[in-house]
Design a protein around this ligand. Structure first.
Ligand code: BGC
Length: 440
């Protein structure tokens, strides 16, 4: 068998994000932000959200829809003011379900079917038609906003393909579906990105929050621009930072990109988000097997795209057993590699860790870029609100982020806190809707 440890060392080098590189990416990110904000060419879309941070006093019972790409969640949220938000009812539904024989994510499903499905789910949690309910809608895709309730989907990401939604006003699509389904007493008032929701939820109780990030199936960040060029007022800007492209791809990243739904787009997201990390590891492992560095054959399931998931990486990374039993079971079940030696199991776990660490360090570099842009001397406190399964569940991920922030900001890092904004993307939609009907 060829030299596996030599190959691992090479991989480590290719996937490393050194302290210098962190700094370099942060500066490039800051430059891309400035360009995008001024409408100059930039991989950052810098989309105005037409939302400012809340006061914490917004109140009411609000329906929230959280549409992220894997599931749709519908919530009934009670905002009591004083920064308190409570979820009174919640349901979550997958967008595709083999047993139930539906899939709203493919090109053969229409936007109308998708929004009828969502409206049907909302109907299930609305008590009666006795009064009108405001609704806030988190729609986690790049949208060109013209107002808080006018959001046009620019293009799908995260491999969704549902027909008839790109270029459409998604607030309107939902409102029409609500009416078609007999729940016209629910009024869609705000459409926001999930990063905005995450920021708003944290800012509702902590006014130092000025960055919101999703590290989940997808990846993106927004921030509070202190003086937006459009309004000369503070405004949240959805950067669509998953599309940031000033980062060097390995041959594995290029391979993943070429076979993806939108080659060339979402470069950072494809290197950092939960939808892709498992696939990246699968591509690396199949290349090692193909080149004889690991025992096995490139046959099913190793050659099935996206068969190895990011949850599988979590399972492997969390394995501290002496025989690496969990790694072995992923190797057998998800990669069809039955006869791996311990050194090869260690290699699998190590590759999963390299890919995951790189993801966190790239994300941290972009956060530092935002901080450099809005507060170069770090005079104020900043809170970065984060939501998403990768951040919450991947062993070590939060620590990797914190460590990278320390490296890139140095002593200034004392001014920056990172906090989980649990369910932030959904609750934030309710807060956004509440700011519309009780404007401050
Ligand atoms: C979308 C963003 C979203 C992110 C996290 C990306 O694919 O383009 O709008 O915020 O995923 O859900």
């Amino acid at each position: 068998m060829a030299d596996l440890s030599g190959v691992l060392a090479g991989l480590e080098e290719q996937l490393a994000v050194s302290a210098n590189l962190l700094q370099d990416i942060a500066i490039r990110f800051q430059t891309a932000m400035t360009a995008g904000l001024l409408g100059k060419p930039s991989s950052l879309k810098m989309l105005p959200a037409f939302v400012d941070v809340p006061t914490g006093q917004e109140q009411g019972t609000v329906v929230a829809v959280d549409f992220g790409g894997t599931n749709v969640r519908v919530l009934l949220v009670e905002l009591t003011g004083e920064g308190q938000a409570q979820i009174i009812a919640r349901r979550s539904f997958p967008l595709k379900n083999k047993q139930a024989n539906y899939d709203f994510t493919t090109a053969s499903a229409s936007g109308m079917q998708l929004f009828d499905f969502i409206a049907g789910k909302i109907a299930e949690i609305i008590p009666t038609a006795d009064k009108t309910y405001p609704l806030g809608h988190t729609f986690s895709f790049p949208c060109r906003q013209y107002a808080v309730n006018e959001a046009e989907l620019i293009s799908w990401t995260k491999e969704l393909k549902t027909a008839g939604v790109e270029g459409e006003n998604v607030g309107q699509l939902l409102q029409t579906a609500l009416e078609r389904n007999g729940i016209g007493h629910v009024h869609s008032l705000a459409v926001i990105n999930d990063t905005t929701g995450t920021l708003l939820t944290s800012a509702y109780k902590d006014n130092t929050t000025d960055i919101g990030t999703i590290c989940g199936t997808g990846h993106n960040s927004c921030y509070l621009e202190p003086v937006h060029p459009l309004t000369n007022q503070p405004m949240i800007v959805n950067m669509e930072s998953g599309n940031f492209d000033q980062i060097v791809q390995t041959k594995y990243d290029i391979c993943l990109d070429q076979d993806s739904e939108k080659p060339g787009g979402q470069r950072l997201e494809k290197m950092a988000s939960g939808h892709y990390l498992g696939e990246l590891v699968r591509i690396i492992v199949s290349s090692l097997v193909a080149n004889g560095y690991m025992n096995g054959e490139v046959a099913e399931p190793l050659n099935i795209p996206y068969f190895l998931s990011t949850e599988d990486l979590s399972t492997m990374i969390a394995d501290h057993s002496s025989g690496l039993d969990a790694v072995a079971s992923v190797a057998v079940g998800r990669l069809g590699l039955n006869e791996l030696r311990t050194s090869e199991l260690v290699a699998l776990q190590t590759i999963a860790r390299f890919v995951t660490t790189r993801s966190a360090r790239l994300v941290a570099a972009t956060w530092a870029g935002v901080v450099f842009k809005i507060d170069p001397e770090l005079k104020r406190r900043h809170t970065i609100a984060v939501d998403g399964s990768l951040y919450e569940k991947m062993p070590g991920y939060a620590e990797y982020l914190a460590q990278a922030m320390k490296e890139v900001l140095g002593i200034g890092n004392n001014q920056v806190a990172i906090r989980l904004s649990k369910d932030g993307s959904g609750i934030g939609a309710a807060i956004a809707a509440a700011t519309v009907y009780s404007p401050h």
